[in-house]
Design a protein around this ligand. Structure first.
Ligand code: FAD
Length: 312
């Protein structure tokens, strides 16, 4: 397609919207596949191993377990082979892939080599960078000393989408994981390859790109919803056909590539200047030390953020 189509949208089902990271575009798109007996390959959290794994979902229940952004690099494990076997066993069905840009490119290459690419629909996710899975697993194990973890939510919208907080339940009690979110957003744990990511562009090789529609209070203030809005970028004719099919289940507005702009649609996230110091401290002192020292908001940090907001 010559020009990327841009939409701001959110699912009408408020419960789906509440549990989704953005506006629920992933659920709306994958519903269209699952309802036709097609498969969805997406990421799911494993509470035993404390890691995110790519899995094949054939039902809405299995797919729902993939709702929410897990801020760590996910493991593909045997999922690509399982997807290939499923495609061979179901020659008249299609498969939707949802994952980060690098994962979508790798998966599509694998499917091309196996002559299946025509049956694959790809959805990639705008990405700030994938953090080290080791740091998350160490942090989760440290938290788990106080009780079993469940209901992990990196984007809990109880304080609204734009002010979302990270939470997990430990022995039935909700606790904060804001320290982990802070070291991620402050760019200490992002994998080195993400800092030269070739997929941080507006035009992509996937059918659809999804993410957060930030700053919409400037371009469409009457469409703002504190439970979140998805940004949907459509790159192909079949992406457009699919969006036409699902849009009746969503509230949506057409937009453009200027109003939806965010950094990772133009360039990769830059590494923190003290990244090496973080890793040196982690190797020397362990996870609890770096969470305390780098994950807590100090008075100085808060003051610097306030000044940055005031300055033009
Ligand atoms: C590491 C990471 C960084 C992100 N950075 C940005 C950003 O800078 N800007 C932005 O606009 N959006 C970013 N997002 C995307 C955003 O947070 C939402 O995931 C996206 O908008 C989909 O939300 P939703 O409401 O449509 O669906 P949801 O129901 O929340 O679906 C989440 C989707 O993300 C996939 N997913 C979750 N965790 C992972 C993972 N670790 N690896 C691969 N796939 C995963 C699931 O399979 C599912 O497809 C990021 C997501 C991740 C995982």
């Amino acid at each position: 397609m010559e020009n990327t189509l841009v939409y701001a949208c959110r699912v009408q089902d408020r419960e789906v919207l509440r549990r989704s990271s953005s506006g629920g575009a992933f659920t709306a798109i994958s519903d269209a596949f699952l309802e036709k007996g097609c498969a969805v390959l997406c990421a799911r959290y494993n509470y035993e191993e404390h890691r995110t794994e790519v899995k094949l979902a054939l039902t809405k229940e299995e797919r729902d377990a993939s709702s929410g952004s897990m801020y760590m690099q996910s493991y593909a494990l045997d999922s690509w082979k399982e997807a290939l076997s499923w495609l061979k066993e179901n020659p008249d069905r299609k498969l939707m892939f949802a994952g980060l840009g690098c994962q979508a490119a790798g998966f599509m290459q694998f499917m091309k080599m196996n002559g299946m690419s025509e049956r694959i629909f790809t959805v990639d996710i705008i990405c700030h960078g994938a953090p080290s899975p080791e740091i998350w697993a160490e942090y989760a194990r440290s938290l788990e000393k106080g009780g079993k973890l469940s209901k992990l939510n990196f984007r809990n919208k109880k304080t609204g989408w734009s002010k979302s907080v990270g939470t997990v339940c430990r022995g039935g009690e909700e606790i904060s994981i804001s320290q982990y979110r802070r070291i991620y957003t402050d760019r200490y744990t992002i994998r080195p390859s993400c800092h030269s990511c070739p997929y941080t562009r507006m035009d992509r090789d996937t059918d659809i790109t999804i993410g957060d529609f930030w700053h919409m209070e400037e371009s469409m203030p009457d469409f703002v919803d504190e439970m979140g809005t998805s940004l949907v970028l459509i790159h192909t004719e079949r992406g457009k056909e699919l969006f036409d099919e699902i849009k009746e289940n969503m509230d949506y507005r057409e937009s453009n590539t200027t109003d939806c702009w965010q950094l990772n649609l133009q360039e990769p996230t830059k590494p923190s200047v003290i990244r090496h110091k973080f890793w040196r401290d982690y190797k020397k002192h362990g996870i609890d030390y770096v969470m305390e020292h780098y994950g807590s908001v100090t008075f100085l940090h808060r003051a610097r953020r306030k000044i940055q907001k005031i300055l033009p």
